[in-house]
Design a protein around this ligand. Structure first.
Ligand SMILES: Cc1ncc(COP(=O)(O)O)c(C=O)c1O
Length: 478
């Protein structure tokens, strides 16, 4: 292939097929769970997220089924940070998930949604005093410790409460899954997470944890990245975790839990590799659409984890632990779409075509900068016609949806559906260019508003000066 052909992306794959996401096209318009997305956009306004309870439940069931062969208990603690809209969380909890939380807000949210304390895991490399106190007082199931000071502080809190605090140590396994970029890898020594194996930091942490009378070292934990399709990296990670688990057992702990974190990728969207990210952000060349991951990705992941843990424990003479998983992306990514409306279309001779929508990377989601998501024309059917740079309405070149995306020739008023928008989309939105979008949940075929669009009053409520001014003629603020 000539360099110019490669650069212009001439060898593009065909238009994405909506049926891959179980969407139907009726009279040209995309339907999700029987609901016309164009009608939902008109009713609730854009940008708009539409989530499917059916898909969310199906993903939970798929993961639980994939782990059913494991002979000891398994806890799937959904990673709240991925998508913490309460309407979505409720569906996941009803489907059998606990909660993995990383801050006070998420901990309180889980408590408010009545997640049993013993099904909550607290993570974080720099937990606040308030977070540690609340976690100990609530008696949550597991606190994953990431530094030695935390061990001492939790021991003191345990003493004050007259209880033993259940902890795991986060370990840095120095495992880098293939096919990802630096922003999505968290298991390498070049990151700040977890006790280091190589330098002996993990061994020291095990000794300290075992020596503290109000701590119960229940096991170890690692989370090596987000969007993983390279399952060999999961096996390598489990192996390194089990080495530390063995050290803990030899040091006198009785480890009975193993937390393998989250990280499983999705079938139809994927992370850019570091090289793709560099060429995209630096030169505007959009990577190719991802190859679809195998339909049985969850089953393969389940087999990989259970085999690695079972064989690894047998080899080391360890009892099989309870397994904890902290999936986020895999459970919610394809359960939600983002609808954007095209406001303006501009052709610049010699440069290309732009479609200006109502949301981009600096407004609705940072994920556009590092992940590939299919974008479908939702309100009519039309063939692909060259490439279009789709941007948001903020006067910033960074408020981009995708540069140079193969799309039909767009018109004012068209509706775009960004697929696999359930993970890290609402979680990374900003108010830089407008209010946060509403979220509609489709449940048993009916749409229900689970988060309304952010209003002027919502935003003013945080600003003490404006809130006080507004409060002088409207006592309801605040
Ligand atoms: C500690 C921890 N657990 C779980 C997750 C969820 O990861 P994923 O969405 O890739 O499953 C994350 C995400 O960054 C994390 O940091």
């Amino acid at each position: 292939m000539a360099l110019s052909e490669w650069w212009s992306g001439a060898r593009r794959p065909p238009a994405p097929d909506p049926s891959l996401w179980q969407l139907e096209r009726l009279d040209g318009r995309l339907h999700m769970d029987g609901q016309d997305l164009t009608e939902l956009a008109a009713r609730y306004g854009t940008p708009l997220y539409v989530a499917s309870a059916r898909v969310l439940q199906a993903r939970c069931r798929e993961l639980l089924d994939a782990l059913a062969q494991y002979p000891r208990p398994v806890q799937v603690c959904y990673s709240y940070k991925t998508n913490r809209v309460a309407g979505v969380l409720q569906v996941l909890h009803r489907a059998g998930c606990g909660a993995e939380v990383v801050d006070e807000y998420e901990l309180r949210l889980a408590r408010q949604l009545e997640v049993p304390a013993d099904r909550i895991v607290l993570n974080g490399p720099n937990k606040s005093e308030a977070e540690l106190v609340q976690a100990v007082e609530a008696g949550i199931g597991l606190i994953v410790v990431d530094n030695l000071e935390e061990l001492d502080r939790l021991d003191q809190l345990g003493a004050a409460e007259g209880r033993t605090v259940p902890i795991a140590l986060r370990v840095c396994p120095d495992v880098k899954p293939r096919g990802m970029n630096v922003s999505s890898i968290t298991g390498s020594r070049r990151t700040q997470f977890g006790f280091d194996l190589k330098s002996g930091e993990a061994t020291r942490a095990v000794r300290v944890a075992v020596a503290r009378p109000h701590l119960r070292l229940r096991g170890v934990m690692a989370h090596i990245g987000s969007g993983i399709r390279d399952l060999r990296s999961v096996t390598r990670c489990v192996e390194r975790l089990l080495d530390v688990q063995l050290e803990a057992a030899r040091a006198g702990a009785e480890p009975d839990l193993l937390d393998v974190g989250g990280g499983l990728g999705t079938r139809l969207s994927r992370e850019f590799t570091t090289w793709e990210m560099l060429t995209y952000l630096g030169f505007g060349r959009l990577p190719r659409a991802p190859r679809t991951a195998p339909a049985d990705l969850f089953a393969r992941y389940g087999n990989t984890v259970t085999e690695a843990v079972t064989e690894g424990c047998n080899r080391r003479g360890l009892d099989l632990p309870t397994l904890i998983l902290e999936p986020g992306r895999a459970l919610v990514s394809d359960g939600q779409v983002l609808l954007l409306k095209v406001g303006q279309v501009r052709e610049r001779p010699g440069v290309g075509r732009f479609a200006i929508t109502d949301g981009g990377a600096m407004t609705v989601s940072m994920m556009f900068l590092s992940e590939y998501h299919a974008v479908l024309l939702a309100n009519r059917n039309a063939p692909l016609e060259g490439t279009t740079t789709v941007v948001g309405r903020l006067p910033s070149p960074m408020d981009v949806v995708y540069r140079g995306m193969p799309l039909p020739r767009l018109e004012q008023g068209d509706l775009l559906a960004v697929m696999d928008a359930g993970a890290y989309f609402t979680a990374t939105e900003t108010t830089f260019g407008g209010p946060r979008p509403a979220v509609v949940l489709l449940e048993r075929g009916e749409p229900r508003l689970v988060r309304r669009r952010e209003s002027f009053e919502d935003r003013v409520a945080l600003d003490c000066e404006l809130r006080d001014m507004a409060g002088s003629d409207d006592a309801t603020h605040g």
